[in-house]
Design a protein around this ligand. Structure first.
Ligand code: BV8
Length: 238
């Protein structure tokens, strides 16, 4: 099956790639659903990654992101991230990388123009519309940091459940899906929408790369049961 997929890759004018948390598993970042280790085991990420949870208990949600930021700061991109970046550099314009991940590892591996559907955990933004006094550089440190003048809170610049995805990024991802000859769906359980929906609207053949069954296997033309950092270098080498 790997040979067949390599042929599809070789013949594809435009490849769309959709990645999820499994892409970063071999870098040591726990996947989104099993990220709840230790201190956070008792919380459900779908409960914490919401505006409602943040407004109800800003310091608990802020500390959860601080914990994840600390973990991500210690890891490196893996061979799967690097294989995607190297392929796109060798074949300019042939690959569009769409990620659900907020860890920035594709960007650190050298991928350019990454469509980050759910934002970037390393960035902050104001929870409410910022006033003239709200400036990052004068925010008071804290959990969360607040405007020194009006007390407005900063929040992680990620897309929470129930929030719209960045419109231009989603539109570019939909365009890539609807014009590709091939879509590689790597390391995602295919549960979260509208991201997972991209694999269902792909114009080209869909290939799932995942060691476990996913919610998108039924939409796949091929399913490769394996790990991203092992399979992607094999699939993408020229
Ligand atoms: C929205 C950022 C609407 C925050 C995240 C239908 C249509 C539209 C929306 C919905 C819908 N049905 C339900 C919804 C609502 C909701 C949703 O999808 N809920 C799900 C749970 C049912 N969607 C939303 O709320 C979205 N917004 O729809 O807005 C709207 C419209 C108008 C106006 C206002 C609003 C927003 C969703 C974004 C949420 N934010 N992240 C943060 O990170 O803190 S989502 C988060 O979970 C991740 O970013 C990721 O995207 C997502 C999914 O996780 P996966 O990446 O798939 O990871 P998971 O752990 O699940 O699986 C890992 C996989 O890796 C596994 O399959 C495993 O086998 C595999 N794996 C493990 N090791 C490896 C591996 N694979 C390869 N190699 C390995 N080594």
């Amino acid at each position: 099956m790997i040979g067949q997929v390599r042929e599809w890759i070789h013949g594809a004018r435009h490849i769309a790639v959709l990645t999820g948390a499994g892409m970063s598993a071999e870098s040591g970042v726990p996947t989104f659903r099993d990220a709840q280790t230790g201190l956070w085991a008792q919380f459900d990420p779908q409960q914490l990654a919401t505006e409602e949870a943040f407004r109800a208990d800003p310091s608990r949600v802020w500390d959860w992101y601080a914990f994840r930021r600390g973990m991500i700061a210690k890891v490196e991109p893996n061979a799967g991230h690097r294989a995607l970046a190297a392929f796109a550099q060798r074949h300019p314009g042939r690959m569009t990388l769409i990620t659900q991940n907020v860890d920035g590892l594709h960007q650190r591996a050298g991928s350019a123009g990454v469509l980050a559907l759910h934002g970037n955990i390393a960035e902050d933004k104001w929870l409410d519309r910022p006033k003239a006094c709200c400036r990052f550089e004068t925010a008071l440190p804290g959990s969360p940091p607040r405007c020194a003048r009006c007390g407005s809170m900063l929040r992680p610049d990620v897309v929470w459940f129930g929030e719209m995805l960045p419109v231009a990024v989603l539109a570019a991802a939909q365009e890539a899906a609807q014009t590709c000859d091939l879509m590689l769906v790597v390391g995602t359980s295919g549960v979260v929408y509208p991201a997972a929906g991209l694999a269902r609207t792909a114009a080209g053949k869909v290939v799932v790369v995942n060691p476990e069954p996913t919610g998108l296997d039924d939409a796949a033309d091929a399913v490769l049961r394996g790990k991203a950092a092992q399979l992607l270098p094999q699939l993408l080498e020229d």
